[in-house]
Design a protein around this ligand. Sequence first.
Ligand code: HSE
Length: 331
Amino acid sequence: MTIMKDTIPNLKPATLITPLAGTGVKVFAPATVANVVCGFDVLGFAVNEPGDEVIMRVTNKPGITISKITGDDGRLPLDPSKNTVSISVRHYLESIGRTDLGLDIELHKKMPIGSGLGSSSASTVAGLFAAKTLLDDDSDPVKQLPFAMKGEEMACGHGHADNVAPALLGGFVLIRSYEPLDVVRLPHPAGLYCAIVFPNVDVPTREARQIIRNKILMKDAVTQWGNIAGLVSGLFMQDIDLIGRSMQDVLVEPVRSMLIPDFYQMRDIAMNMGAVSFGISGSGPSVFAFTRDEETAKLITKKLQQHLTGIKIGSNTYVSTINDKGPRVLG
Ligand code: HSE
């Protein structure tokens, strides 16, 4: 399904309610795997866990405040002019002409920062979804994409959409074009499992973007676009073998893999255990493997965790199917 929309949203403030002071909502937004190995900046999918939670309450005083952030070890700013969640929500309120509203944000980080799992996107999307829910705004979620991208720009210096789009929309998403923004929801085979391992080393996206080459060889470009087309075809055809053999990256992985401890050893372990594919999640250091069943995904995460322990690196592991729903209200 193509869900191309105007880059400038045209939401209708008149249709939105004015929630009473004290009204609140708690929402969850999911982690995401961006790039999906071959689709740098253009492919991503959402997972069921981990993710972030936002509690948003309507206040009496116009403007956005952040009263609490937990789970971030003090790394994220409470200043609303510097925080990606409040910045995105402010852009949303401006676009619908509702800067008269007062909103207070509590952000509960339930996933690691700088992990390559779309941590800032999950927070931003949770904030946007909370505001939208409070306003009873039932417009297409893709309309909030430009605001979420502002949050990404703030977080890592570049407004890519391959984390925020799947976090907002759920499922597997292609960013066909950035200018104009053209986002395509892709199908995926049922029963595809994702095994994720986050080696506990810090790889900030901003830095992981700076080390990649900005000129590429034509022969590498040919390999890469063949793989992207193969992956998208495999998703439509539900052909897991085609998906697996298309998930090769000759452009970014050879450089970024250097930032990830024992990347190629981990890939060998996962592939020898029956993974369909293996690669870097987003800008890393998290890695992920697709598998055909939950048991294989669990065994792979266990084995990779043991391997990392053996080289004295802690890790977090997650096993999930693809999350087709995106953000949701928790209460
Ligand atoms: N496409 C982005 C990158 C995703 O690889 O830098 C960051 O999570």
